[in-house]
Design a protein around this ligand. Sequence first.
Ligand code: ASP
Length: 281
Amino acid sequence: MGGIIICHGGVGAKGRALDDMNSVASLSRDDDPLKTAVNAVVNMENDPRYNAGTGSVIRIDGSIQMDAAVAVPGEFGAVISIERVKNPVLVAQDVMQKTPHIALSGPGAVEFARRLGYGEYDPVTEKARVAYRKMIEAIKDSTNMDERYQAIKKLISDGIVEEPHDTVGAVAYINGKFAAAVSTGGASPMMPGRVGDVPLIGAGIYCGLKGAVVATGHGEEIAKKLLCYRIYERITEEPLNRILMEEIENMGEKLAGVIAISRKEYGFFSNGSMAVDTHEF
Ligand code: ASP
């Protein structure tokens, strides 16, 4: 048996989340690549330093809505804007394996999770509360939601808001098979219902017979560029590191990072600090 696991803790990662990923890649190792990628994401969802599961960012209406996805060649499962569950990536895996669908969103995703026995869980942390208060302070003169939407649009266009950071993902190639998993609380400031790249196949995640790719960063731009599928399509045409570098350069000013594995190579690249952990065996 042999394999490789790559995990990321988000582009724009700071402090401990950047310096120390607690050997998450080796601790998550299993004979099956999907189990491995999902284990890695669960471990990071449970770590409050990351913006996924426990520690997810709070949206402008005070809610926490999370996105997660898993993929293996020919299969995909996602949850969109799921609330009050501990591990969105496990629900995404159940969507892939136990339903005829590729994604469940909002109340439908929560109901599905409850039916399968996922208990009520509040992922809020003190760090998320502090960040939320800071964000609300920045738009405090906006009293109703309509004004808030205008206010956050202005904050974003003025470039004075926090960049996306600390989201999580993993790709694995084990016993000749690929898998990918990803999970996020989103990018602050964010409207309720906003969907980023994470649960969109080909945008924030892609996995096929040639390899597995996961992205992090500015979700809107990653989705518009279909970043992970573009990278996947180019696998075997050129050295992987060159593909990753060119596709990240193509993101321009928008913060982005990727991790990827093909049958022969693996790599990662970002245009900002990105926490990465790899384990080869
Ligand atoms: N890509 C994520 C999103 O836009 C955020 C991140 O990677 O930090 O939802």
